[in-house]
Design a protein around this ligand. Structure first.
Ligand SMILES: [Zn+2]
Length: 210
């Protein structure tokens, strides 16, 4: 009924690390990349429900072709799927994101480098988002978010370079705190606030999970 980044954005802004903030951008970094935007406690979905498709923000107009048809999308260089693929030639034993993050925390240099580079790319994309909507809180969730400072520090540094100083000064960046509960709680919030979205199968803006 709603994509998982939007659900995470809603729950984190109501009950998690975005509580008390006016404009929250929640980025879910998992196998794919998606973002949810909440203004004054309300999800901003856009006209057709695709607001927050940060994974398909192009960072390189000459880059590889993405499944969306564009070139050089963020998802091609910073999604969990892309990181596992990039590691494969040297570490074919690492087949999922959980292992990659655990190895990085255990001080594996290649995994740390991949997370740092991914953070840098996400920070550039977020710089554009921050310039556009001027939020006061950016939250990072999803499987990659579990890497903590290994990802957040380079992400924040890159965001600070990419956004205008006045917007950066009004902003704090942190991890989501609801973890795996974020989406369930977001669904709960949605049911409490918008029960009609549960019972209208013809709702046109249903999206696949990002
Ligand atoms: Zn794309």
């Amino acid at each position: 009924m709603e994509n998982d980044a939007n659900l995470g954005a809603l729950s984190e802004s109501l009950w998690g690390a975005g509580r008390g903030h006016q404009a929250v951008v929640y980025v879910k970094l998992g196998t794919g990349i998606g973002a949810g935007i909440v203004f004054d406690g309300q999800l901003f979905r856009g006209v057709t429900g695709t607001a927050g498709e940060i994974g398909h923000l192009s960072l390189d107009t000459n880059g590889d072709i993405c499944r969306c048809g564009n070139r050089g999308c963020l998802e091609l260089v910073a999604s969990g799927a892309a990181l596992v693929t990039a590691l494969h030639p040297t570490r074919p034993d690492v087949t999922d994101l959980t292992d990659l993050v655990r190895l990085a925390i255990d001080d594996d240099a290649a995994c740390r480098r991949l997370l740092a580079d991914a953070g840098g790319h996400v920070g550039v994309a977020l710089g554009g988002i921050v310039n556009l909507i001027n939020p006061d809180r950016v939250l990072i969730g999803g499987e990659l978010g579990r890497a903590g400072a290994l990802l957040l520090d380079p992400l924040t540094a890159s965001l600070q370079r990419s956004a205008v100083p006045a917007a950066v000064a009004a902003l704090s960046v942190g991890p989501g705190i609801l973890g795996e509960r974020a989406e369930v709680l977001g669904a709960l919030a949605l049911v409490l606030r918008e029960p009609e979205r549960l019972v209208s199968p013809e709702t046109p803006d249903i999206q696949a999970a990002g």
